[in-house]
Write a protein that binds this ligand. Structure first.
Ligand code: NI
Length: 675
């Protein structure tokens, strides 16, 4: 057995019933946020007692139903309205400790005219307290809009004729992928709600369609009017690649038999405790929630040193990601904003113990909504476990023979989401030594087109006639820092060698150059591996024993930022991706790096707008925005399904502690300390 799944447990303080000790171990898990939070009275969805939830707990099913019912009762609600999202309107950070009216933020799309509307519902009163019709913006597409686009295009005579001209008579063998249209300033497209459809042919029902792209055939569809705006049909574009690429057992022939069982066993149960949406493990304290856009959100991450809880991160989440493709010949419009256009949090996977997760796992469910506002629970959406991570520290004293070893462990909080052809795993790690790491695991199937033949500068031929275009995956982490309190500042730290001179006669000197980033306009920065560049978030109020500010340092990778031309339509929409670092003064309205509604937005929203006032960021409540991720020139080894590629960043304590905080970690076993 690879591990066991913790059964649903009661949550102390939320319902009558046995306490966490009912598990026979220290782990308490409430599967599903707030499932047991309220007395379940059938039909009791018109008014909700909100006193028992933590202000940052995500909405549960009952609250979602209550919010949806309140919206539907309102005179402004029409039959053509659909529910894009129903989420907690997070209270401002100053109010979290107080008596807060829980409110739902409901985004509606009117299928009648394509308008996006923002409704605020007070859950205590179960009433609408705000209703705004938003100008010039599009919420991301509803599932129903994508489905309608495919249904209409599949029946269009021009489309069917174009397929027949390519030898395809059976429309059911054709896989239709509807994608956001973007905004390229094309006349006739502005103001419309558009998707573009590309297609693939499957040789059989379970065939991998991405092996057989139908090149030169793209439909542009208005999801509001139901009208096909344009069919681009170039039968000469390229032949359909014929080689199949399936990765199931039938596709690979036979699986290897050499791998032996590898079990992870914690006979005394793991050391973390989950209570509702709060997690504690060793010195770490945090809360988690799942949001349709941000997906996993960390709240109130802090370090309990036994005397006080030292805050580090007020809130951390993925605030956008963009995947631009770099082939100008094919599908120049392909650049997907997976947060703002696809809602990564809506497509979170339900994880399987022994398959996706090994060991002693606690899961949390997540609740999202469908187009009609019906809650849908994703079981096992968030995976929580403890992992051995090799050596923590070690030293052999060659003079006296003493040898000491300690093992590192980390708490892992993760989820996986599927966005079309790609799958992304987001992993947050909390280490014994105070390090926080964010890692993204990229896998799934490459996006493909037909290869023009010969050497091609913008793609890799991964099968005969099949191209995998170069692309970037640029993630934007929003890190609302609160290192030892809200008064923080950011410093850029470079290292370099110093030239030979009177103070450095042999030329061996190395120095740090520290530059304080005092204004928003100054804090748009690029990573620089040649200088070992890092960014240090310092407290402007607390000091360590040497009188230096306590700090956490962001260690970036040094992959390229956005490679699209700065004058391109994409660069305008993905302004956040121009740099690896931005720092803004905290503003609760600044939530998403490319703006609240990036879908078909012409550009300029998000971080470029946030920094327009060029505010002072020295000694204030600030937010660090970090762009990271690979530029992916596909390898042959990435086909037909991609081994996980990794990217991410690390936050390390830097003078936050007065010395190594793990000296009290015991040796793993008595015989590990000879001498
Ligand atoms: Ni990729």
């Amino acid at each position: 057995m690879a591990g066991r799944k913790w059964e649903r447990g009661p949550s102390p303080g939320r319902s009558a019933g046995p306490s966490e000790t009912g598990f026979g171990g220290p782990v308490s898990v409430l599967r599903g946020f707030g499932v047991a939070r309220y007395a379940r009275v059938v039909g009791m969805v018109d008014a909700v007692a909100t006193g028992l939830a933590h202000p940052l707990d995500p909405l549960d099913e009952i609250e979602i139903r209550a919010a949806v019912a309140a919206v539907k009762r309102d005179a402004r609600f029409r039959g053509s309205h659909r529910f894009f999202s129903v989420t907690l309107l997070e209270p401002d950070k100053d109010l979290v400790g107080g008596d807060v009216d829980r409110q739902a933020e409901v985004i509606l799309v009117d299928r009648g005219d394509g308008a996006t509307e923002e409704v605020t519902v007070s859950l205590a009163g179960a009433e609408v307290v705000g209703w705004v019709k938003l100008a010039d913006c599009h919420a991301a597409y509803l599932l129903g809009e994508y489905m309608r686009a495919v249904e209409v295009v599949k029946k269009d005579e021009r489309w069917l004729a174009a397929l027949r001209a390519r030898g395809i008579d059976d429309i059911e063998r054709v896989q239709h992928d509807p994608w956001p249209a973007g905004n390229f300033g094309v006349a006739g497209e502005q103001g419309r709600r558009l998707v573009r459809i590309v297609c693939y042919v499957r040789h059989h029902k379970t065939d991998n369609g991405y092996a057989h792209p139908i090149e030169g055939l793209v439909a542009t569809f208005d999801v509001t009017t139901g009208e096909i705006l344009e069919i681009l049909d170039d039968p000469e574009a390229a032949a359909i690649p014929s080689e199949c690429a399936n990765y199931d057992e039938a596709g690979v022939g036979a699986w290897r038999t050499s791998l032996k069982p590898l079990d992870i066993v914690q006979p005394d149960a793991p050391g973390f405790v989950v209570e509702g949406s709060a997690i504690r493990w060793e010195n770490w304290r945090l809360r988690v929630s799942m949001h349709p856009l941000d997906a996993l959100v960390l709240h109130d991450v802090g370090w309990d040193d036994g005397e006080r809880l030292r805050p580090i991160l007020h809130r951390a989440s993925l605030a956008e990601m963009v995947v631009p493709y770099g082939d100008p010949r094919f599908r120049y419009w392909q650049a997907y904003f997976d947060t703002g256009e696809f809602l990564v949090g809506k497509w979170v996977n339900s994880l399987e113990l022994g398959c996706d997760c090994l060991g002693e796992i606690a899961y949390l469910d997540a609740t999202v909504t469908d187009d009609t506002g019906q809650p849908r629970t994703i079981p096992n959406a968030i995976c929580i476990h403890e992992e051995d991570f090799g050596i923590l520290w070690k030293h052999t004293d060659i003079f006296n023979g003493s040898a000491q070893s300690r093992r590192q462990r980390r708490l892992v909080v993760s989820y996986f989401t599927t966005v079309g052809n790609y799958d992304y795993g987001f992993y947050w790690y909390f280490y014994l030594d105070g390090t926080i790491e964010c890692e993204v695991k990229l896998t799934g199937v490459l996006f493909t087109s037909a290869h023009p033949g010969g050497d091609h500068p913008h793609s890799t031929e991964v099968a005969p006639g099949l191209a995998a275009p170069v692309h970037q995956h640029l993630f934007s982490a929003r890190l609302d820092m609160t290192v030892d309190g809200p008064a923080n500042a950011v410093e850029e730290v470079d290292v370099s060698g110093a030239p030979i001179g009177p103070e450095n006669p042999y030329g061996n000197a190395m120095v740090q150059t520290v530059t304080r980033l005092t204004r928003e306009s100054q804090a748009g920065r690029r990573a620089d591996g040649s200088r070992g560049r890092t960014w240090r978030v310092v407290s402007t109020e607390r000091h360590n024993r040497f009188g230096h500010p306590t700090a956490y340092t962001l260690y970036p990778e040094s992959a390229p930022a956005l490679l699209a031309d700065p004058a391109s339509p994409l660069a305008a929409r993905a302004g956040f991706a121009a740099n690896h670092l931005w720092v803004t003064k905290y503003d609760p309205a600044h939530r998403y790096s490319a703006g609240d509604f990036v879908n078909q937005h012409p550009g300029g929203a998000g971080i470029p707008a946030f920094i327009a006032a060029d505010q002072d960021i020295d000694g204030t409540d600030l937010v660090v925005w970090h762009t990271f991720g690979p530029t992916h020139f596909p390898r042959l080894e990435d086909w037909p399904v991609m081994p996980v590629a990794h990217c991410g960043f690390v936050l390390k304590p830097t003078g936050f502690f007065d010395r190594n905080p793990t000296l009290d970690v015991p040796p793993p076993a008595p015989h590990c300390t000879p001498g």
